[in-house]
Design a protein around this ligand. Structure first.
Ligand code: MOS
Length: 745
């Protein structure tokens, strides 16, 4: 029996998904279910002065209209904490509908409940809310003069400033420098499935929340905190989630509002956000700019790196996506300064969006490095190879694993980088300008701060169930964990069922920051191997077993059969043993304690990105013709799902570079393009030939299987490779995203 890990096993939930039997939160049919619709504030700043509910109250099917005047206040205090901490994770430290103040457009001001969703929407449209409007600030330009340097960002988990050496001195030693500012439009995650919560109160004290969430436990703890009840009173179910990309990592107010509404109307309530509401209710990647200064000596070695970020946040939270982590460790430079500055505006608190932070941070850095390479006349790959940090610059520790040089080497071969004419505009095909670009990719490896658990149970028929409270939001975790459990137990994958999707299952951190697969696989691997050891222990202790008295270390399990490693004919199956022992099942809990915050190694994932673009010289149209990405994400559990994650990430980077933008209407203080009609994302015809490859690096530090994760790394650097290719094609350096036709005309 060959190992299941590393194979291309098809998604075990694929059939359920394509046949429609996989049920999502908004599809649940429950007896007595009624429908709630959120009404968001029309203005971005001000006060509610009057709410006329008369017409809505008279609408057909109306059950309740809830506003700050009649909704019970929440007893709990929201506290911003990244869901990774495995704790309550409100999306912001402000909870709406407690008073008449409006802080941002779309802030919930009323909940309308009716017997059908259509009737609830109609009644909601009849509601009249009058505001006393005050001037709102919603763009970076409107608030930049009030920017300040926060002591800590990211729910207090990271410092607002990191300094090593003396940047001014380092720049003084430089023979050349670049000093550039890159600007980024705000972005929204736009998962296919909008967020939805279905809430059932079993009685006045216990409720079940079906929620579209990246972390069932995070939902459980957040709703418990806000309602002022015990987590024991809340069960969260979240089996299938239709994409998230960070929008469902924090637990936003609508979930708790649905619970409050359900308690108020004493019926099960479904609350689904509309596509437009998704733009106002679940955070976003904030509008930002980044200033990068690089100094280099005559040998092409970096003498200094200064990286400042300025972004807009809400009035409640010092949130900035963490753009400076990977850029701060990629290169060896004695003098480094990374500083976040933020300014408060009338927006919801920004949040994670796929490749959170590093996608913009590496974009700015890797475009600046490309500018520097051109300036000093050194090949951009060569310049990087001269400067990559071979130890972690923040701590001086060795990397737990790295692989970036190998990624560049293989990527350059696959792409055919050799022989590139460095001169911009040097390659033409008729009216089309061809350009090649390259960029490094990096993403921090995040170890969850608390133990991770999974349960494994083997039945007397020789099949196993393995459980952990993670939700499947399209990453393939169910499939990969089936493989991990099968190998740990010595079973074929067909005999293993992985069950996730609920807070009643062993607690696993929310799947965020590319940390999900590492954390879950660690717990699942421990549970499965512990259970195997227990079963082998039972066999060698059992006088009726052919393995009686054997050294457990000399026993291996293949295809569900325990046997002596050097005498495979001596042995018996799990099923034979348990039947004889009148034992219906054997179960164990695997508890994995992640490495401490400073494990003595730098933990980071690396890769290399290449792109070829074709630009229409007359029309400015950019087509990406080829992309190559090579990554070193540690152990790859399933080659097919991992490569599809990486490919999806690379295309997300394409989208980030050329298409995506949430435009703020500064006059109205709200997003101007909150729909799939107006928020551009790539379609199949925008997507080029994409080559994805992985370098398998061995990592014995991060977790038992050496898994570093593939969720974000594909995005990071792919936008920069494209922007650098656009410059190579045209000679134009566009220093903002997205790069559009207008920029090249
Ligand atoms: Mo992921 S964008 O870290 O939820």
């Amino acid at each position: 029996m060959s190992p299941a890990i590393g194979t291309t096993l098809d998604r075990v939930d694929g059939r359920a998904k394509v046949s429609g039997t996989a049920r999502y939160t908004a599809e649940l049919v429950l007896p007595g279910l009624v429908h709630a619709v959120l009404v968001g504030a029309r203005v971005a700043s001000g006060r509610i002065v009057a709410i006329d509910t008369g017409a809505a109250q008279r609408a057909d099917g109306l059950i309740a209209v809830l506003t700050h005047l009649n909704l019970p206040k929440i007893p709990g205090t929201p506290k911003l904490l990244p869901s990774l901490a495995g704790m309550a994770a409100p999306g912001q430290s402000y909870f709406p509908m407690q008073d008449d103040v409006v802080h941002y457009a779309g802030q919930p001001v009323a909940i309308v409940v009716a017997d059908t969703v259509e009737r609830a929407e109609h009644a909601a449209s009849l509601l009249r809310v009058d505001y006393e409007e005050t001037p709102a600030k919603t763009t970076l330009d409107q608030v930049r003069d009030q920017a300040y340097e926060p002591e800590r960002i990211f729910g207090g988990m990271l410092p607002g400033r990191v300094v090593r050496g003396d940047v001014e001195a380092g720049l003084g030693q430089a023979t050349d420098r670049v000093d550039v500012t890159y600007r980024f439009a705000a972005n929204h995650q736009n998962p296919i499935e909008p967020s939805a919560s279905t809430v059932v109160w079993d009685d006045a004290h216990r409720l079940t929340v079906y929620d579209s969430t990246q972390g069932p436990t995070a939902t459980q703890l957040t709703v418990a905190t806000l309602l002022g009840i015990s987590p024991t009173q809340i069960k969260v179910v979240s089996e299938f989630v239709g994409g998230s990309f960070g929008s469902k990592a924090m637990i936003w107010p609508h979930v708790t509002l649905a619970a409050l509404a359900a308690r108020q109307v004493e019926r099960p309530v479904r609350l689904s956000l509309s596509r437009e509401q998704m733009f106002h209710s679940c955070g976003h990647r904030e509008e930002q700019e980044q200033h990068v200064t690089l100094g280099v000596d005559a040998g092409g070695r970096l003498t200094a790196l200064r990286h400042h970020k300025l972004s807009i946040t809400s009035y409640f939270d010092d949130w900035a996506e963490t753009s400076l982590q990977s850029p701060g460790i990629l290169y060896r430079t004695p003098n480094y300064e990374g500083i976040y500055r933020i300014a408060k505006g009338n927006t919801i608190t920004p949040t994670f969006m796929r490749g959170p932070g590093e996608a913009t941070g590496i974009f700015a850095l890797e475009c600046a490095v490309d500018e520097l390479a051109e300036r000093i006349g050194v090949d951009p790959i060569e310049l990087r190879l001269r400067n990559f940090a071979d130890t972690d610059p923040t701590s001086g520790h060795p990397w737990s694993s790295n692989g970036i040089r190998e990624c560049f080497q293989r990527g350059a071969d696959l792409f055919g980088w050799a022989g590139r004419d460095p001169n911009p505009g040097s390659r033409r095909e008729g009216r089309t300008l061809i350009g090649w670009g390259v960029a490094a990719s990096a993403y921090p490896h995040v170890a969850p701060p608390n133990p991770q658990r999974a349960r494994a149970r083997l039945y007397s028929d020789g099949s196993a169930v393995v459980e952990a409270g993670v939700s499947e939001f399209g990453t393939g975790v169910t499939t990969a964990m089936t493989q991990v459990a099968a190998d740990g137990l010595g079973l074929p994958v067909e005999r293993v069922r992985f069950v996730g999707g609920g807070s009643d299952l062993p607690n696993i951190t929310a799947a965020v920051g590319s940390a999900g697969t590492g954390a879950v696989s660690a717990a699942v691997h421990l549970a499965a191997t512990q259970l195997r050891d227990q079963l082998v222990g039972r066999a060698v202790a059992d006088e009726q077993s052919p393995l009686h008295g054997a050294d457990p270390g000399a026993v291996s399990v293949e295809d569900g059969r325990m046997r002596l490693r050097d005498r495979p004919d001596v042995g018996e199956t799990y099923a034979e043993m348990l039947s004889r022992q009148f034992t219906p099942d054997v179960e164990t809990l695997g508890v994995w304690t992640p490495p401490p915050p400073d494990p003595g190694y730098g933990l980071h994932t690396f890769g290399a990105q290449f792109a070829e673009v074709a630009v229409d010289a007359d029309l400015g149209l950019i087509r990406v013709r080829r992309m190559v990405g090579v990554f070193a994400p540690g152990r790859v559990l399933n080659r097919k799902t991992a490569h599809s994650q990486l490919m999806g990430g690379m295309l997300w980077g394409l989208s980030h570079a050329l298409l995506e933008a949430s435009w703020m209407d500064a006059r109205l203080g709200r997003w101007a393009n909150p729909s799939f009609g107006d928020y551009l994302i790539p379609v199949n015809s925008d997507v080029p030939d994409v080559v994805v490859d992985t370098i398998e690096v061995t990592d014995t530090v991060v977790n038992p299987l050496g898994v570093k994760g593939v969720g974000e790394i594909g995005i990071v650097g792919s936008g920069a490779a494209i922007a650098n290719a656009v410059h190579h094609a045209t000679g134009r350096r566009v220093r903002h995203l997205p790069i559009t036709v207008e920029d090249l005309l």
